[in-house]
Write a protein that binds this ligand. Sequence first.
Ligand code: FAD
Ligand code: NAD
Length: 491
Amino acid sequence: MAQQAREFDVVVIGGGAIGENAADRAGRTGLSVALVEEALVGGECSYWACMPSKALLRPGAALAAARGVPGAAAAVTGGVDVAAAFARRDAVTHHWDDSSQAEWVDGAGITLVRGHARFTGPRTLEVGSVTVTARHAVVVATGSQAAVPDVDGLAALPPWTSREATSAQQVPGRLAVIGGGVVGVEMATAFADLGSEVTLLVRGDRVLTGAEPFAGAAVATALTARGVTVLFGAQARSVRREADGVHLDVGGEDLVVDEVLVATGRRPGTADLGLEALGLQPGAPLEVDDALQVTGADGGWLFAVGDVTGRTATTHQGKYDARVVGDVIAARFDPRSTATDSPEGATPGDRALSAQDERTAGPWSRYRATADLAAVPQVVFTRPEVAWVGLTEHAARASGLDVRVLGYDLENVAGATVFAEDYAGHARLVVDDARGVVVGATFVGPEVAEMLQAATIAVVGEVPLDRLWHAVPAYPTVSEVWLRLLESAGL
Ligand SMILES: Cc1cc2nc3c(=O)[nH]c(=O)nc-3n(C[C@H](O)[C@H](O)[C@H](O)COP(=O)(O)OP(=O)(O)OC[C@H]3O[C@@H](n4cnc5c(N)ncnc54)[C@H](O)[C@@H]3O)c2cc1C
Ligand SMILES: NC(=O)c1ccc[n+]([C@@H]2O[C@H](COP(=O)([O-])OP(=O)(O)OC[C@H]3O[C@@H](n4cnc5c(N)ncnc54)[C@H](O)[C@@H]3O)[C@@H](O)[C@H]2O)c1
């Protein structure tokens, strides 16, 4: 069959949450944009990651919240209704049907090209029998896949990855989870709620190593209290399936389970992308600068966003990068924006794109993803929840900052007393002493996720502590911890 040819101003490869946002933003001023997707539009987050995992975690969290409040607790007479929890997860994922997201793409004026894209040269891709060329720019947003470690017999099982866990239709009686990162602790929580006997294998001496140590300790303690066996310094040496289940050799001990979930990190989606045609390394992340331009490619036409960059690994931060790259591309390549500089008297609220402004853009402008370097928020939806932004104490000190650490137990604020009988948690602020600003914040406790945005604003805004003093938290909310933390700083 003859090869068809199609040309667009901008081509985005990968229709996950990040690719969709980049395509939308790049096309807003009028550039023609194609979005190439080989599987489901919406990607990992919608169907096998954020949304189904949070749908599976929510029933256990709701039950625990009710159990903590006398007056409501007595109404909780059982555990999670597994069938209803799975049914709600199925609804949240639209039964793995992407037609509503494809409709959105169409409505946004973006051309959806279905198929696997591979570079054949600069700005040129093959998608099945179609040659797709970009006049100006290509954005790679091909995401990541679960990495399966090289353990004897593991790949042959095959094990569950986050995909099988989040789309499970049965609850395994016994589940081993390998990896004490975000996926590991969230899925251990969810499957313990659903009724599995869970063993979490952590190769180091703590879970959630990217967070403050007290956060990981609280999550591990809570998992153990809920019946999860958390084994530290534990690695599977070999795995084999037998009639009575899957046997894992864990330091000479025989652990027998029904399923093994591998949660040991991700690898970037660059293995089968034709990167060799561009002189780039297949399988490696696509390194980018703060404008999301790929640093290893010439010509100023290749950009990358999302998990594939190794720069961000969450949907919210990837979508932030997508907004930045969309604006950079529109400013650089749309004739309507290249004609104009930002008008005299323009305020930061004016949204006109300007090639001139983009060329001279500095940190914290709309054209540079500066927050990736200073203020990345992350929430782990365990019980307790863990929410942090910016630097941990260790990371701040390692970066050479002279920091002061402020801490306060959340159960001591009036809001916590009202919230639940057994409320327990902790907040930590990491303060750059030289500038008197917060560079990191961590909250651990029930439903602290919603407290994170205030901290993110403080970090991004570099709000001095003596000004934060005037941000009065409402009474009686758990946010009153801000007042206690500032008091502990001498204010
Ligand atoms: C279990 C789990 C839970 C998570 N929970 C959260 C959470 O609660 N909050 C949060 O912020 N983040 C969460 N994350 C992280 C989040 O899912 C990712 O950061 C996000 O999905 C990355 O989006 P992306 O668009 O970069 O990649 P993806 O979502 O992986 O999308 C990439 C798309 O590209 C397509 N593609 C790949 N190669 C090609 C090709 N050559 N041609 C055409 N198409 C191609 C794929 O089919 C895919 O649809 C979670 C991750 C996991 C694993
Ligand atoms: N709520 C959220 O925002 C959310 C939820 C889930 C995942 N995510 C994102 O998805 C990404 C992937 O999550 P993840 O948990 O797979 O990765 P991760 O990097 O968070 O954790 C991986 C864990 O596996 C361990 N590990 C690595 N190789 C191992 C091996 N060979 N044997 C034993 N242990 C090994 C690591 O020490 C680490 O503790 C994260 O970066 C996270 O940002 C986000």
